[in-house]
Design a protein around this ligand. Sequence first.
Ligand code: 5GP
Length: 224
Amino acid sequence: MTASGHDFDGVGFDGVERRGLMFVLSSPSGAGKTTLSRMLIERMAGLKMSVSATTRPMRPGEVDGRDYFFVDKVRFEQMVKQGELLEWATVFDNRYGTPRVPVEAALSAGQDVLFDIDWQGTQQLREKARADVVSVFILPPSAADLERRLHTRAQDSEQVILGRMNRAAHEMSHWAEYDYIVINHDVDEAFAEVQSILKAERLKRERRTGLTNFVRALQRQLEK
Ligand code: 5GP
C-alpha cells in the first residue's frame, strides 16, 4: 500500500492495470536534478528510485544502498559480465550502472521507476525498451547559476567542480535526444512541470494494459 492508500500490484491509480514506465531525469550536475528526484519520490505515489551501483567514493552524507551501491572496480566488472546491469557508463573516470532486477520487477508490478542517469545510460535504456522510457533533460537557466549551485553544494573539491563545469557543455549537447526539456529557473515550477509530464505519461493508452478489459466490462454493463 502506498501513502495514498492504493495498492500498486500491477494496477494504476484508477484501478486499470498498467505497465510501469522508466522515468529518466538527466542534466549536467548542479542543474537541480537530485533535488527534483527527491521531490518526485516524496510526492508521487507509485514511483520508486532506481539505486545505481558506482565505483566512485562515497560523499559526506551519502548512504550505501540508498544513494548508491558503492562497489569496487572488480565487483562492477563482475556485474557487467554477469548481465546484472541494465545499462552502464563511465562518468568522471568512475563507473555507474543500473541493477536490472529491481527495475524489471517494479515495471511488471505496474510501478514506475525514476532514474538519475546520464545521456549514455539513457541511450542504452532507449535502445532496450523504447516504449517504456520517458526521458526529461533538465537545463540550468544560466552558466552562472550552474556554477553557483556547484559551489553551494560544497561536496566536491575546486578541481572536481572545474571538471564538472567543463563537462556540462558536453553533456548539454545531448538535450535533443530527450522527450522533454525542463529549464530549472525555479525548483517548485520545475517540479510542477516534471510532475505534469509523469502524470500525462501515466495515462498513455499503450501502457494501460487493462483498458481493453475495462472497456469491455463497461460495455457489458451498458448493454444489459
Ligand atoms: P554523481 O557522481 O554526481 O552522483 O553522478 C555523476 C553522473 O553520473 C550524473 O550525471 C548521474 O546522472 C550519472 N549516473 C548516476 N548513476 C548512473 C547510472 O547508473 N548510469 C549512468 N549511465 N549514469 C549514472
